[in-house]
Design a protein around this ligand. Structure first.
Ligand code: KG4
Ligand code: ZN
Length: 347
């Protein structure tokens, strides 16, 4: 096995089959040399969870089990490949829902064992950051990256491939979670982030005033107070018999979140001495966030890198990219690999 890894490292080349099942998307991808997507299959379970207003872990696990086999076939078809063309198997081992993670981890381990292939374990957040390598062939570390998803909001400095320094993070709710909760108050179905964003495009962001979050750590975020203030204001308006102008409300809230994310990530990037700022995670699909990162990033002299929206939300191609750089450092996992629901990216 080690000889196999050594040969791939020497050639600095590998075709990696990657699995992602940490939450409510089952995804299988094939990625060459960390940069080129040969197949990218995603099955979203959102419709099944929407009626419950959030992800139901047990349903997620069951649906992953059903989806993995057909998605693997579809990915091989898309790439015009067979398993004989695959050099290594990669899988998200955390963070995420333990049962959901276990389905992908077990599947990838079985496949790696049966085919005698190296196994690479990937941190989901590291995967999000690595989506930038797929979208931007010229992007290399060092760079700063804002990672904002349903479960996480971090500002990281990517010092080298696979080496991360935490510059700031949320002290309470993730940005995506705040979007989803506020969307709920506006009767937007789960996950509300994308639809709230769309609605906000039509709204007047000065119509409602919301507190802009203050945080003690200079580059940390806090969205819980903002979320509560927004929800309380909605209830107050309704109790007084008023009506909420939904588009204006969405726009005003979106502005408060985006301002916090952009101000802190641009300032953190500059102070860390980075010349480039990237974004990642589902919230990086947000239209205002993208515009503001471009604008204020450029004003601060940063090159700004944004993956296309489809690579911001959960996918397995990003896992295949992160896995390539791990494999090139000889970082393979053993067959006792377990799901690690609270895995951190920082040593
Ligand atoms: O990265 P992701 O697909 O899954 C996690 O790892 O959490 O992120 C999903 C989150 C959800 O909270 C969703 O509402 C949010 O990203 N999201 C958005 C947008 N698209 C997805 N939030 C705001 N604006 C968007 N356009
Ligand atoms: Zn994610």
């Amino acid at each position: 096995m080690n000889e196999r890894v050594e040969a791939l490292r020497k050639a600095h080349s590998a075709t990696i089959l990657a699995f992602e099942s940490s939450c409510d998307e089952t995804a299988v991808a094939i990625v060459r040399d960390g940069r080129k997507i040969l197949a990218n299959q995603i099955l979203s379970q959102i419709d099944r969870h929407a009626v419950f207003g959030g992800v139901v872990p047990e349903i997620a696990s069951r649906m992953h089990v059903e989806a993995l086999d057909p998605l693997l076939d579809a990915a091989l078809d898309e790439a015009g490949m067979t398993l004989a063309d695959i050099d290594a198997v990669a899988v998200t081992c955390g963070p995420g829902l333990v049962g959901a993670l276990l389905t992908g981890v077990s599947y990838a381990k079985a496949l790696a064992y049966a085919r005698g292939l190296p196994l690479v374990a990937v941190n989901h957040i590291e995967g999000h950051v690595s989506a930038n390598y797929l979208a931007h062939p010229d992007l290399e570390p060092p760079f700063a990256c804002l990672v904002a998803s349903g479960g996480h909001s971090h500002i990281v400095l990517v010092e080298h491939y696979g080496e991360y320094r935490l510059l700031g993070q949320t002290l309470d709710d993730a940005a995506g979670e705040a979007f989803d909760k506020v969307a709920r108050v506006l009767d937007i179905p789960y996950p509300g982030g994308p639809l709230l964003d769309k609605l906000a495009e039509e709204g007047d962001e000065r119509r409602y005033t919301f507190p802009h979050p203050h945080t003690p750590g200079r580059y940390d975020f806090s969205f819980s107070g903002l979320k509560t203030a927004v929800i309380n204001q909605a209830h107050t308006i309704r109790q007084q018999g008023g009506e909420i102008a939904a588009a204006d409300f969405a726009a005003s809230f979106r502005r408060a979140v985006v301002d916090a994310l952009v101000e802190k990530s641009v300032a953190a990037a500059v102070e860390a001495g980075a010349t480039a700022l990237a974004a990642a995670g589902g919230v990086a699909a947000n239209r205002l966030l993208r515009r503001e990162l471009e604008r204020r990033g450029a004003q601060a002299g940063l090159r700004v890198f944004l993956p296309p929206a489809a690579l911001c939300t959960d996918n397995a191609a990003m896992i295949g990219s992160a896995a390539f750089y791990r494999l090139m450092r000889g970082e393979t996992a053993q067959l006792d690999l377990n799901a690690l629901p609270s895995l951190s990216m920082f040593a």
